[in-house]
Design a protein around this ligand. Structure first.
Ligand code: PMP
Length: 460
C-alpha cells in the first residue's frame, strides 16, 4: 500500500523546524474553528481553575469542549466530529455508551442507584475479575487513584512496613505517596540509576517524600538495592508503562522484579488501571505471565462509569477481612457501576471481541509502520494489546529518561495537525490510542490516513 523505499533522510533538526511551522499554522486554524470551545472555556475559567475539572484536561489555547459522544466519536460544541482515539484516557474499551452498558444501567435505574448495603452483583463482578486476574479476593473503589491508594495500604498492613518504591515517570493517580517523580525535570532528577524523589505537586509533606523511593524502569539492580533493607512494603509498577507512550519491559525484567520483591518480602503491586482488559482478556498480568500480590484496576472495567477495583492474594486481602486494614467508601460497589461492569466483562469485552480489537489495532500499526519506513522518519510504533502509539525516536524507549529524549516538537505538531482533521488523540503526548471493540476498520485506519498526510507535508 505504501512505497517502502526510504526517501532521502531529512536531518532531525530540519524536521523539528518544519514541525514547529506546522504547529504554528495549525494553531491558528484551531483557534479559528473552535470559537465555541473558547467561549465555554473562558466562562469556565471564572469558576474552575484552568477552566477544567481535572488539570490533565487543560491545554493551550483552550481544550475542545464536547457536547456529545457515541461509539467511537465525539462532537464538540462547534459541531465538529472527531474519531476518538483518546477514549477517555483508555477508559472506553467498550466505546462511548455501548448499547449493552446503556441497557444494563437503564435497567438498574429502575431498581435504584445506591443502596450502601450489598447487592448481589458485588460478588458477581468480583468473580469475573478473579477469573481474569487469578487473584482470589477483590474490593471496589470509584477511581484508579483509590485503587492504588488502597492497594498500597493493604501492602503496608500485611508487611508492617512503611516505605514504598515506585518507578521514575510512573503515574498511579493523585494521592500523595505516588505523586512523586511523575514527570520530574531531568535537571533536578539526579543520576539515571539512582533518581532523586521529586514531589510533582505542592502539598506533599517531607514525611511522605521520605517514605517513597524512586527507581528507573527496566533496571533490576536499583530495585534490588532499594529493597535490600527489607523495610519496603511494596513496589508499585505498571507492568507495561502507559504514561510515557508505551514502554515495554525488557525480556526477563518482570520475572526479575517478581524474584527480587519475593526475596525481600516486598509486595508487588501491578497498576493495571490502563492495561487492565485492554492488553488482553486477562490484562497485562495474563500477557506477561507474572503474578503480582495485588492488582489495581479502573478505567475500562467500568464501561464509562466511575469504577475502580483492587484484588489480591488471600494473605493480602485477609488484612481487610481481619479488620486490620480498613477499606471504606460510600459509593463502593454501587449497583449502577456494578451493572455497567457486568455488561463490560461478560457481554462486551469477551475474549473474541478483545482479540478482534487487538487485530484491528495491529492493522492500524502496520499502516503507520509503512508510512514511517517509506519516509525514513526517526520514529517507530509500539503496540500493547488494543493500544498503540507513535514514538518520535528511532529506537524503542526503555524508561522515563529515554522518553524525555524523544522529539516533542514532532509529537506536538502531529497532535495539532490531527485534531484539525478530526483525529482526537490524548493531549499530553504521553498517552496512547485505544482501539475500542466498537469502531469499524475504516475509523481505525482514518488515523493512518491523516498521519500519512502529516508525514507527507513534513517530508515534502
Ligand atoms: N494508574 C494509572 C496507570 C493511570 O494511568 C491512572 C490514570 N490515568 C491512574 C492510576 C489513576 O486513575 P484515576 O484517574 O481513575 O484516578
Amino acid at each position: 500500500r505504501h512505497d517502502m523505499s526510504a526517501t532521502e533522510s531529512i536531518p532531525t533538526r530540519e524536521l523539528a523546524e518544519r514541525a514547529k511551522a506546522i504547529t504554528q499554522r495549525e494553531l491558528q486554524v484551531y483557534i479559528g474553528r473552535t470559537k465555541g470551545s473558547q467561549a465555554a472555556t473562558e466562562r469556565a475559567r471564572e469558576v474552575l481553575p484552568m477552566g477544567v475539572p481535572s488539570s490533565f484536561q487543560a491545554y493551550d489555547p483552550h481544550p475542545i469542549v464536547v457536547r456529545r459522544a457515541q461509539d467511537g466519536w465525539m462532537e464538540d460544541v462547534d459541531g465538529h466530529r472527531y474519531v476518538d482515539f483518546d477514549m477517555g484516557y483508555g477508559a472506553l474499551f467498550s466505546g462511548h455508551c455501548h448499547p449493552a452498558v446503556r441497557r444494563a444501567v437503564e435497567t438498574q435505574m429502575d431498581n435504584g442507584t445506591l443502596f450502601v448495603t450489598p447487592c448481589e452483583m458485588n460478588a458477581e463482578v468480583a468473580e469475573l475479575l478473579r477469573d481474569r486476574y487469578n487473584l482470589p479476593m477483590w474490593r471496589f473503589t470509584n477511581s484508579g487513584t483509590e485503587a492504588t491508594m488502597d492497594a498500597i495500604r493493604v501492602a503496608r498492613g500485611v508487611t508492617g512496613r512503611e516505605k514504598i518504591v515506585k518507578v521514575e515517570g510512573g503515574y498511579h493517580g493523585h494521592h500523595d505517596e505516588v505523586m512523586i517523580s511523575m514527570k520530574p525535570p531531568i535537571s533536578e532528577a539526579g543520576p539515571a540509576d539512582s533518581p532523586r524523589a521529586i514531589p510533582s505537586t505542592a502539598g506533599i509533606t517531607r514525611a511522605v517524600l521520605q517514605d517513597t523511593g524512586v527507581i528507573p524502569y527496566n533496571n533490576l539492580e536499583p530495585l534490588d538495592r532499594a529493597l535490600s533493607g527489607r523495610d519496603v512494603a511494596c513496589f508499585i509498577v505498571e507492568p507495561i508503562m502507559e504514561n510515557i507512550g508505551i514502554c515495554k519491559p525488557l525480556p526477563g525484567y518482570l520475572e526479575g522484579v517478581r524474584e527480587i520483591t519475593r526475596k525481600y518480602g516486598t509486595m508487588l503491586i501491578f497498576d493495571e488501571v490502563k492495561t487492565g482488559i485492554t492488553a488482553g482478556w486477562g490484562g497485562a498480568t495474563g500477557v506477561v505471565g507474572v503474578q503480582p500480590d495485588l492488582v489495581a484496576l479502573a478505567k475500562s472495567i467500568g464501561g464509562g462509569l466511575p469504577l475502580g477495583a483492587f484484588g489480591g492474594t488471600s494473605e493480602c486481602m485477609d488484612q481487610i477481612t481481619a479488620g486490620k486494614v480498613l477499606h471504606l467508601g460510600t459509593y463502593n460497589g454501587n449497583p449502577l457501576c456494578m451493572a455497567a461492569a457486568k455488561a463490560v466483562l461478560t457481554e462486551i469485552c469477551t475474549p473474541a471481541a478483545t482479540d478482534e480489537a487487538i487485530a484491528r489495532n495491529r492493522m492500524l500499526l502496520d499502516a503507520c509502520d509503512g508510512i514511517i519506513a517509506a519516509a525514513g522518519l526517526p520514529a517507530h510504533t509500539v503496540q500493547f494489546g488494543a493500544k498503540g502509539c507513535v514514538t518520535w525516536a528511532p529506537e524503542p524507549i526503555q524508561n522515563y529518561r529515554d522518553y524525555k529524549a524523544t522529539d516533542f516538537d514532532l509529537a506536538f505538531a502531529q497532535w495539532m495537525h490531527g485534531i484539525n482533521r478530526g483525529i482526537l488523540l490524548p493531549p499530553g503526548l504521553d498517552e496512547q490510542w485505544l482501539i475500542s471493540v466498537v469502531p469499524t476498520d475504516h475509523d481505525a485506519l482514518r488515523y493512518a490516513d491523516v498521519f500519512g498526510e502529516f508525514v507527507a507535508e513534513l517530508t515534502a
